[in-house]
Design a protein around this ligand. Structure first.
Ligand code: GTP
Ligand code: MG
Length: 309
């Protein structure tokens, strides 16, 4: 089943961003470098599209460096878009963003025209961590959980440089099914909005096709590329002693292990999508969505009596 998570506070965030963006000079969108396409918010693009935007490929320490380079090249080839890979929680890393903001909005600076920067992104991408790193203080609460920041917060970096931290924002209808799974695997979706087994199976399916050696090394397996996803999940459970009565495998426990190991980076540095793959998933998602809407319209049309019918 497709994953959807748009709790009430996100609707408030959407409104707050739409209001705030009017008086903003630069938007920093914090992406998760492990899923850059899926963590790019189409709703945000709609609201902030006319503002200079800096895309941060955050958590680059957890992502596959070859793929991070591909994504950086991909974004930098789009006019008006600039992408910078970053590890927000590494000392000094965030400081390069200050000159990048000035380059994007050269007219701003000085007390009369302070630089106003809005930081946004999906839940758990590292927005608050980035703000704390930029200001060298723990202004903003952070945690490895979706939905920690609940209200917009203004932080004064210098007399002429303001930052606005915003709560994580998703979008009301995630039409790319794979994006929903990748967002859930990364920790951007609330726990009750997805089924761990389903997310783990999707994750294993991708890993066994693209990162088989990492999966095999971590769980002491062989030949995962040729196995079914369910077989891999069971093998993980067996290897970790996640067992039920009569030797049956506790697949729920195994699923939790797979997700935790991905989030904890114990599997290695992994990126769940390339620019080409994501473009394909997006086209497929849009096609399915268009078909769904057309069917719905046809059903409505049938239900109504027409004059010539
Ligand atoms: N390894 C690694 N971890 C990071 C990085 N940036 C942030 N984190 C961790 O990711 C988790 C989420 O960070 P937050 O800053 O709370 O994320 P947020 O985007 O503010 O999340 P919400 O407020 O829930 O929307 C925390 O556990 C951070 O320590 C990074 O570059 N690398
Ligand atoms: Mg936050």
């Amino acid at each position: 089943m497709a994953i959807q998570w748009f709790p009430g506070h996100m609707n408030l965030t959407r409104k707050a961003i739409a209001e705030r963006v009017k008086e903003i000079d630069v938007v920093i969108e914090v992406l998760d470098a492990r899923l850059p396409g899926s963590s790019a918010n189409p709703l945000l693009a709609e609201m902030t599209g006319h503002k200079p935007t800096l895309k941060i490929l955050n958590k680059q320490d957890m992502a596959d460096p070859v793929r991070t380079q591909q994504w950086q090249d991909h974004y930098n080839a789009i006019p008006g878009t600039r992408a910078i890979p970053l590890q927000a929680n590494a000392a000094g890393a965030a400081q390069q963003l200050v000159p990048a903001c000035h380059a994007l909005a050269p007219g701003r600076g000085g007390l009369a025209k302070p630089m106003r920067v809005l930081i946004c992104g999906v839940p758990n991408a590292g927005k608050s961590t980035l703000i704390n790193a930029l200001s060298n203080k723990r202004h903003a609460k952070t945690a490895d959980e979706a939905g920690i920041t609940k209200l917009e917060q203004r932080i004064t970096l210098a007399d002429d440089f303001y930052l606005y931290d915003t709560p994580g924002l998703l979008w009301p209808r995630i039409i790319v099914a794979k994006s929903g799974f990748n967002l859930a695997a990364s920790g951007a979706v609330g726990r009750n909005a997805y089924d761990e087994e389903e997310v783990a199976l999707e994750l294993l399916d991708y890993l066994r096709r693209h990162y088989a050696p990492l999966l095999e090394a971590r769980f002491k397996l062989t030949g995962v590329a040729q196995m079914q996803d369910e077989e891999v999940l069971e093998a993980v459970g067996r290897q970790r002693g996640a067992l039920l009565a009569k030797g049956r495998i506790n697949t729920q426990k195994a699923a939790e292990i797979v997700i935790q190991e991905f989030r904890g980076m114990t599997l290695g540095r992994i990126t769940l999508e390339t620019p080409e793959e994501f473009a394909r998933w997006l086209a497929e998602g849009q096609q399915l969505d268009a078909e769904r809407l057309a069917k719905k319209a046809a059903r409505k049309g049938k239900g109504r009596k027409t004059d010539d019918g």
